[in-house]
Design a protein around this ligand. Structure first.
Ligand code: SF4
Length: 381
């Protein structure tokens, strides 16, 4: 049986240099290869014309450039595109492309499923399958950029379709640092995608120790999923809070900012009707984040079947936003995109495979949501 080929999408430039060295090739070959693969988006070694023929022959024998296979595509009326990629064993992950006038953003996944179990999250409900490999993370950008360039009728590497990358799709990126760090380095490498580190954002639910590691290994822009202003509520919505409570998380944000490319952290705050959206909670949120240079992003909830949670109405979101801004915390409301294709985390892949006992989970989910709503109702009385 032939040996399995090495997927070169698994290597950042340093890794590729080591691999080339193992073949007796000079470091500049790794630069050439990186440029062919990640700037020209070329996967056919025979077309890499400035490589020596003998090197191309070795590559053809030993290696491949293989992004994950897209198995489904949805295009929204607002131009948002969503792809589900097959990552084997019946698992799929998704990437979402959001075109805007001045930028093109790709939201990518880092795990098949997620182990964090946030109550409001469709991906969390599907359970955890496995960490993605670097090739599967980078492969989402490689594939999407190549597809968008092809559609635009250009093969010029300077015609960049994707200017921003956010690691906010399926999974908790900081639980998969080993694969995420080389991927992020490739996003920022001028010989690869050349995206500024201000335009690469990692979103975390608050893994404090890994935030410190990320600051040392690849300090990109940071978004923290907050979603509650008190430990009591956050413990219920996000189990990670029981391990890393809010005071530890705020301290970790302040430490991260010493290394971050932006001088603020973005706090994501999902607006859940009757759960975390009162003006009193806005005041608590102000007090919580006051000592961290930050921007707060209010996100309209996108209900999914069986979530047991509802979206806050527009008036209430506006009032919450006003209260925060009046208190001096820069706060905006995220524009919803791709509503008609469920372009929120986990919803397409969930149709591909539900790897848990869905019925049991949904019943438990409804009960949990009902008890939080009850408790919130009593507090507001
Ligand atoms: S919100 Fe993020 S961390 Fe929480 S379950 Fe969903 S994917 Fe995982």
């Amino acid at each position: 049986m032939a040996a399995e080929r090495i997927n070169l999408l698994d290597f950042d430039r340093e890794g590729l240099t080591r691999w080339c060295d193992g073949l007796g090739e000079k470091p500049f070959r790794a630069v050439q290869l990186t440029r062919w693969i990640h700037r020209n988006l070329e996967s056919d070694f025979s077309r890499m014309t400035n490589l020596a023929k003998s090197f191309r022959a070795k590559l053809e024998e030993l290696a491949e450039v293989r992004p994950p296979e897209p198995i489904r595509e949805q295009i929204s009326s607002d131009g948002t595109r969503k792809w589900a990629f097959d990552v084997g064993s019946g698992n799929a992950v998704e990437a979402v492309y959001i075109p805007e006038d001045d930028r093109g953003t790709l939201c990518i996944s880092t795990q098949a499923g997620c182990a964090m179990g946030c109550l409001f999250c469709s991906t969390g409900k599907q359970g955890f399958a496995r960490n993605l490999k670097t090739s599967e993370i980078v492969g989402q950008l490689f594939w999407a950029e190549r597809e968008l360039r092809r559609e635009a009728g250009t093969d010029n590497p300077n015609d960049r379709m994707i200017s921003n990358v956010v690691l906010m799709g399926m999974g908790e990126p900081l639980q998969n640092l080993e694969a995420v760090v080389p991927a992020v380095r490739l996003f920022m490498d001028d010989h690869a995608y050349g995206i500024s580190r201000r335009r690469v954002t990692i979103s975390t639910c608050g893994l404090v120790n890994q935030m410190d590691k990320l600051a040392q290994l690849a300090p990109v822009a940071l978004a923290v999923s907050l979603h509650a202003p008190t430990n009591e509520l956050r413990d219920k919505l996000m189990p990670i809070n029981r391990k890393h409570p809010l005071e530890d998380l705020m301290a970790a944000c302040r430490r991260y900012l010493k290394y971050a490319p932006r001088d603020y952290v973005t706090f994501e705050y999902l607006m859940l009707s009757g759960v975390n959206d009162s003006l009193e909670q806005a005041d608590q949120l102000v007090n919580l984040v006051r000592r961290v240079p930050c921007k707060v992003n209010l996100i309209p909830f996108n209900p999914f079947p069986g979530s047991g949670l509802a979206k806050t109405d527009r008036e209430r979101v506006l009032a919450f936003e006003r209260r925060m801004n009046d208190a001096g915390i820069v706060t905006t409301i995220r524009k919803t995109r791709g509503d008609d294709i469920d372009a929120a985390c986990g919803q397409l892949a969930g149709q591909v495979k539900d790897r848990t006992n869905r019925a049991v989970r949904l019943i438990r989910q409804r009960k949990e949501a009902a008890s939080i709503l009850n408790a919130a109702g009593k507090e507001n009385d």
